[in-house]
Design a protein around this ligand. Structure first.
Ligand code: NDP
Length: 282
């Protein structure tokens, strides 16, 4: 039976083992998937050990996505431009290839699951870390009209926008100057620390749809706040998590699993915990 794992620190909370078990069952693929916590200074040794033990692929999560890029012998161009990889695949010759499926997962959730049109949209993204870097190219390829990045440390937003400027209409703006968005994406890690990014007055308008890459109860305060500001709808990042997992599964197994069933099951489990995400606001 082929083995896979997610490597992170911490990783005990990860929903990935459950998601991939559901994919394997639905597709009949014979595989096992586990969660492995690597010491903060031990990513390479941990991955070396897992590959030596015969694992065929890994998902990589916080804080190792940059190290995952450096680890691989071959880096998919999209992951290379993002400077972050969330998926490693052991090739037939034993070499390791790195990919980033976060952006594709985000776009798939927005367009296919939530019906949020991206073509021509004015998108404002808060945050300039690894998740934001993974999202920029996918959003540009989806044909957004304009992508404006704001970040607490403005120089990081500027550097990110500059890095992708050749690929489409992306630019940085200071947080306090951000203006009305069709879609507002929170790609900050603020809520991990129980905080929220600042929101410029007028950024959330009655037509604004709001997406937080965070999911579960941690996403709730930001989404509730945007709902109070009159957003058209608010959505958490659970669908992105499931869709990026499906992309990784396809890279490993050569077939993309359906996602609706597992997403509905996870949503039902977290419904009592997070009554607000994924809803149209009145
Ligand atoms: P990083 O650590 O790489 O980046 C963190 C970002 O958040 C930086 O832009 C940072 O700003 C900003 N930030 C942190 N604290 C605050 C704060 N208090 N106020 C304002 N901005 C803040 O994290 P990632 O990019 O890897 O992850 C970001 C989020 O996306 C996380 O919540 C993660 O869980 C989520 N995520 C969800 C996925 C999914 O599938 N749903 C996939 C990947 C990520 P500064 O530069 O100023 O430090």
């Amino acid at each position: 039976m082929d083995r896979y794992a997610v490597v992170g620190h911490p990783v005990a909370h990860s929903l990935s083992p459950r998601i991939h078990a559901a994919f394997a069952q639905a597709t009949g693929e014979r595989m096992r998937y586990e969660a492995v916590e690597a010491p903060l200074d031990g990513f390479v040794a941990t991955v070396d050990g897992l590959i030596a033990a015969g694992l065929r692929g890994l998902n990589v999560t916080v804080p190792f996505k940059g190290e995952a890029c450096a680890y691989a012998a071959r880096i998919d161009p999209l992951a290379a431009r993002a400077g972050a990889a969330n998926t490693l695949r052991v090739e037939e010759d034993g070499s390791v290839a790195a990919f980033n499926t976060d952006g594709a997962g985000l776009v798939r959730d927005l367009e296919a699951n939530l019906g949020i049109p991206l073509a021509g949209a004015r998108v404002v993204m808060l945050g300039a870390g690894g998740a934001a870097a993974g999202a920029v190219e996918a959003l540009l390829r989806a044909g957004v009209g304009e992508l404006i990045v704001g970040n607490r440390s403005p120089e990081r937003a500027e550097a990110l926008a500059l890095r992708f400027a050749a690929l489409g209409p992306v630019r940085a703006e200071r947080m306090e100057s951000l203006e009305a968005a069709d879609l507002l994406v929170n790609a900050t890690a603020a809520s991990l620390g129980g905080r929220q990014p600042s929101l410029a007055a007028g950024l959330v308008r009655p037509h604004t749809r709001v997406y937080d890459m965070m999911y579960g109860s941690a996403a709730r305060p930001f989404l509730e706040r945007c709902a109070r500001l009159g957003a058209a709808s608010v959505h958490d990042g659970l669908g992105m998590l499931v869709e990026q997992a499906a992309e990784a599964f396809a890279l490993w197994r050569g077939r993309r699993p359906g996602t609706a069933g597992v997403l509905a099951a996870l949503r039902a489990d977290t419904a009592s915990e997070t009554p607000s995400p994924d809803r149209e606001t009145p």
